[in-house]
Design a protein around this ligand. Structure first.
Ligand code: DAH
Length: 330
């Protein structure tokens, strides 16, 4: 008996234990052989003999079961260790991802202004009437509000229609001098070849003491910026209107598709409009309680920049996630 128990306990693999099982409990095993002796045991002693044997058997069985559990657990442990996958392991193969062209364009714009010591503000996507319109000199019922088809919430809140409200938020929390850009998503109820309900803008604002900044500064910084983005293009400032700037200008670059010859993209004008800008309207400064300051501002659409820089014809393709387009921007 001692000897049999030892055999079980000393089996150190599942295979070894299986051998022991056959040896002890198998048809031709030790226990079977013991039970076979029953027939030679005289009648009166049979019962005691059988009882002894059965209790031996169940004792061995429970030692065996215990050992089996231990070895199974050890085996499981071993298997888990062997099959563990190190997901951080460098494999040296596989495809590399890349930033989306809109993100790449955004980064290029941000880097340019950060190098000029502009701060980067984010504003907020969910806005209110004051920041998105009122403080930007767009009072209620102003016809220019129609230019921006707005998503409203039931409580009167809205999704910002442009990044300009970030100007207001920054001026309300800081004092001049201010040099900031505000990149981010904006929302309008619009969907066709050249409009998506969500797109990205970058807003720019510079506010210094009165007389320290002029339209000439605006013109020079934007000219430099557009050369940085589009290379060797001609640049034209064209008088325009925005409620938050006076005077205002839209800025065009010479058409990079036809070299100003006239094509479909530039509507045969030879020019492409790329941003809006102007000298900050005094009413905007009044709304944020600024006095004796002057400043300029500008705003641009990032998708439009990306499309022009990479000659992508359909705005919507920037939002489809088609790998064949994205692969070209690695
Ligand atoms: N907020 C204008 C838009 O969404 C863009 C813009 C134009 C911003 C002129 C400006 C600006 O700061 O001076 O269309």
């Amino acid at each position: 008996m001692e000897n049999l128990e030892e055999k079980i306990v000393q089996a150190d693999t599942l295979e070894a234990l299986e051998k022991v099982r056959v040896e002890l409990f198998g048809k031709k095993g030790v226990l079977s052989a013991q039970f076979a002796k029953m027939k030679d045991i005289p009648g009166p002693e049979k019962k005691a003999f059988a009882e002894g044997l059965n209790s031996q058997k169940s004792q061995l069985q429970s030692i065996f079961d215990e050992r089996l559990t231990i070895l199974k657990n050890a085996e499981m442990e071993r298997q888990l260790k062997a099959e563990a996958i190190d997901v951080s392991l460098y494999t040296g193969s596989g495809e590399k991802g890349a930033l989306h062209p809109v993100a790449q364009t955004m980064d290029k714009i941000i880097d340019y202004f950060v190098a000029l010591n502009f701060s980067v503000e984010s504003g907020t996507l969910v806005e209110d009437d004051f920041h998105n319109f009122e403080a930007l000199n767009l009072p209620k019922h102003h016809p220019a509000r129609d230019m921006q088809d707005t998503f409203y919430f039931a409580d009167g809140g809205l999704l910002r229609t442009h990044t300009s409200p970030a100007q207001i938020r920054t001026m309300l929390k800081e004092k001049p001098p201010i040099r900031m850009i505000a990149p981010g998503a904006v929302f309008r109820r619009d969907y066709d070849l050249t409009h998506t309900p969500m797109f990205h803008q970058v807003e720019g604002l510079v506010v210094l003491e009165k007389g320290e900044v002029s339209f000439a500064n605006l013109k020079s910084i934007l000219t430099d910026f557009l050369h940085h983005m589009f290379g060797d293009v001609e640049i034209r400032f064209r008088p325009s209107f925005f409620p938050f700037t006076e005077p205002s200008a839209e800025v065009d670059i010479s058409c990079i598709f036809c070299k100003s010859e006239g094509c479909r993209v530039c509507s045969h004008t030879g020019w492409l409009e790329v941003l809006g800008s102007g000298v900050v309207d005094p009413n905007v400064f009044k709304a944020v309680g600024y006095e004796n300051v002057s400043g300029y501002a500008f705003g641009l659409g990032v998708e439009r920049f990306a499309m022009l820089m990479h000659e992508i014809p359909d705005l919507r393709s920037l939002f489809e996630g088609d790998i064949r387009l994205l692969e070209q921007f690695r």
